[in-house]
Write a protein that binds this ligand. Sequence first.
Ligand code: PRP
Ligand code: MN
Ligand code: MG
Length: 185
Amino acid sequence: IVDVQNQIDHELITHDEIVKKIEEVAAQASEDYKNTVPLVICVLKGAANTMTCFAQAMSINVELDYMSLSSYGAGTSSSGTITVRQDLSCDVRGRDVLIVEDIIDSGRTLRWLVDELNKRGAKSVEIFALLEKPARRVVDVDVKYKGFEIPDEFVVGFGLDYDEKYRNLDSIAVLKPQVYEGAEQ
Ligand code: PRP
Ligand code: MN
Ligand code: MG
């Protein structure tokens, strides 16, 4: 298989549905944070697309920062250990922080990040997760802004990868089984 579109089994959420949902959440968050300048933190790499769309749809002043975290290797299941690939560039002390994440799966990445930001002295910490897989949740995390609940299928696109690829798809999709063949599940 060479062409990316040929590797997609089916589309789960269209580009228009994603954008519409992010705009709704951005409108609500703009209202909720109108009396402050929130620090919006993008969890790289997966949340890059969601962050861009979300930040552009917000109607209040915000500051943006980025942290690169990894819990998945090349396979399709979480390793359980969070690695900081790149830290924030600013101090979160006293800030109202809004984390933007592409997906909450086991919950370990966001649990770790919320605890870390609280340790660093953030005034408040809330989460926007575009996707949520309730079937896979292992640890408890309170997600204030929710996008879509999805079934327990490995999804790619709109920032989400399989082995670092498919992040550039503009929708959320499930790959054909043969793409994973020979790879560790
Ligand atoms: C993925 C995804 C979330 C996290 C969710 O990131 O983007 O950040 O895993 O899984 P969890 O709830 O089980 O922790 P990944 O580690 O693949 O890094 P990436 O964003 O660079 O792809
Ligand atoms: Mn991620
Ligand atoms: Mg990944």
